[in-house]
Design a protein around this ligand. Structure first.
Ligand code: PEP
Ligand code: MG
Length: 537
């Protein structure tokens, strides 16, 4: 039995077979004994890759949209690209092994594309790398190209948003990664999907792990590979206990979230993509308090178009069937980097060109988003929220742009519904001037993840600072109280959408402060509702 540990990002116990999501293929410059046979193997690999991409195309089209699926189609085209294919075949004919030939030619062509000036051609470098990776995986048998036959525990260096799109989420029991942080994409996804997961583990990732039995204990942060019988028995018992706890929360499904003294709290969910809607409905959320738009921009080669954004937003808004959907405009920058934004390297990215600062200086990025959101407003109950605000001046500029966009759409005859405009309070500056900001907007939502980072001057991604990071710090509690007080003085509502909103030890305090809404991972709703219904406050 191998025992190791990492940082738990979502509790629960998972027991299942390991699926190694491997991108590290050890490619050796070996000669092949039979060139004809090697050419035949390469041909078969191409056909397999084509079949995989066809499946992936259909899945992406169904789950995300036709335009995103176009990225997959472009990759398919390389399977018939003469330069690429003949280059590989020539190398095999010179006596090299097929995987090595794909690696060499793929690398050379990707570098050539990356060196071009044209942005579109530059982006093709990633496509060549992706398709080469896929072919190598098929040729070497390492990894199974996301094809999990049964529910598995996914073990990886890290997991990118585009990889999560390709995964069959119903077949994932847990994530175990070497990298990541409590706020990484893997962590957010685990919470949304309601599966135990560990990041920053010390696991040795190798293809030989595939298919071996693993236990992930998301309570203690421990994992076991090839567990002995006693460990298996204890962990099955722990899993049963966790299952019973979950089942006991079922009685709170469909109930109103009202405290014993009659305070109604809106229990909303945080999500990243239309894909997550099923978790929101499963979790019994009363609305969506934070749709992180940046996930619609991650894992792709170019900006989403207005229509793509509109379709994603519309899907979410329609699925919520009249319940409120708070859409946050994109918060790219800092930890969420996207290549095609071409953002310069920064000394202090968390204090840099991010979130609303990009939107306010790049109307070509901001306006299509706003148009898409306003267009989606006709299909339900939409509110827009802006991240990283520090001044009244920014809010005034945002409101002006919103008004222009609204007028423009209305002149085009596009149907629109009323839209609330709110801001995230996640900088100390915004908390301190929340009295002034409250007069400008319809609501506040406190981003405690960033508010804590900026108030305590502690990088939220840096695990070395964990012992200094105190989410319950008096400075944060006082800020939270001030923000709610200033919101209510101005007659607007206030919510919390950072991770702290799910902290059950603070629920009473938040209710006392007067918060109207708590927005948490969908999997947290029922236990929070229980807490609120049982609250004496
Ligand atoms: C926050 O900062 O608390 C927040 C909700 O936003 P994000 O985690 O996306 O930065
Ligand atoms: Mg934030």
């Amino acid at each position: 039995m191998i025992k190791g540990n990492g940082r738990p990002v979502y509790e629960g116990v998972a027991i299942g077979k390991i699926f190694v999501l491997s991108k590290d293929h050890k490619i050796e410059n070996t000669r092949c004994a039979d060139k004809e046979k090697e050419l035949e193997r390469f041909k078969d690999a191409r056909e397999k890759a084509r079949a995989e991409l066809d499946d992936l195309y259909e899945k992406t089209k169904r789950e995300i949209g036709e335009e995103e699926a176009g990225i997959i189609e472009v990759q398919s085209l390389f399977l018939d690209d003469l330069d690429y294919i003949e280059g590989i075949e020539d190398m095999i004919k010179s006596g090299r092994d097929a995987a090595f030939s794909v690696h060499e030619i793929g690398d050379a062509q990707a570098s050539a594309f990356a060196a071009l000036d044209d942005e579109y051609m530059k982006a093709r470098a990633t496509d060549i790398r992706d398709i080469s990776d896929r072919l190598i995986r098929i040729l070497t048998g390492s990894g199974q190209a996301f094809k999990m036959e049964e529910p598995c525990i996914v073990v990886a260096e890290d997991i990118t948003p585009s990889e999560t799109v390709a995964m069959d989420k119903d077949k994932i029991l847990a994530f175990v990664t070497r990298q990541g942080s409590s706020n990484s994409h893997t962590a957010i996804l685990a919470r949304v999907m309601n599966i135990p997961s560990l990041v920053l583990t010390n696991i040795d990732i190798e293809p030989a792990l595939n298919g071996r039995e693993m236990i992930v204990d998301g309570f203690s942060g421990t994992y076991y590979i090839d567990p002995d019988e006693e460990t298996l028995r204890v962990m099955k018992e722990k899993r049963r206990g966790a299952g019973e706890y979950k089942a006991s929360l079922e009685m709170f499904r469909g109930k109103e979230s009202i405290t014993k003294k009659g305070r109604k709290i809106n229990l909303f969910a945080n999500i990243g993509s239309p894909d997550d809607i099923k978790y929101v409905l499963d979790g019994d959320a009363e609305g969506i308090g934070l749709l992180r738009s940046e996930f619609l921009y991650l894992g792709r080669d170019d900006f989403p178009t207005e229509d793509e954004l509109f379709n994603s937003y519309k899907k979410v808004v329609e699925a919520m069937n009249g319940k409120k959907v708070v859409i946050r405009t994109l918060d790219i920058g800092a930890d969420k980097k996207v290549g095609y934004f071409n953002l310069a390297e920064e000394e202090n990215p968390a204090l840099g060109y991010r979130g609303i600062r990009i939107c306010l200086t790049r109307p070509d990025i901001f306006r299509p988003q706003l148009r898409a959101i306003y267009r989606a407003s006709a299909y339900g109950n939409v509110a827009i929220m802006f991240p990283m605000i520090i001044s009244v001046k920014e809010v005034k500029a945002i409101k002006e742009t919103c008004e222009e966009v609204r007028r423009e759409l209305s002149e085009e005859g596009v149907p629109l519904s009323p839209v609330e405009l709110g801001i995230m309070i996640e900088t100390p500056a915004a908390a301190i001037i929340s009295d002034q900001l409250a007069r400008e907007v319809d609501f506040f939502s406190v981003g405690t993840n960033d508010l804590t980072q900026y108030t305590l001057a502690i990088d939220r991604q840096n695990e070395k600072l964990d012992s200094f990071y105190d989410a319950h710090h008096e400075a944060i509690m006082r800020s939270l109280a001030l923000i709610a007080e200033n919101a209510h003085k101005a007659g607007i509502w206030a919510g919390i959408c950072g991770e702290l909103a799910a902290d059950l030890s603070l629920s009473d305090e938040f209710i006392r402060m007067g918060y109207d809404e708590l927005s948490v991972a969908p999997s947290r709703i029922l236990e929070l509702r229980k807490r609120i219904i049982e609250s004496e406050v």
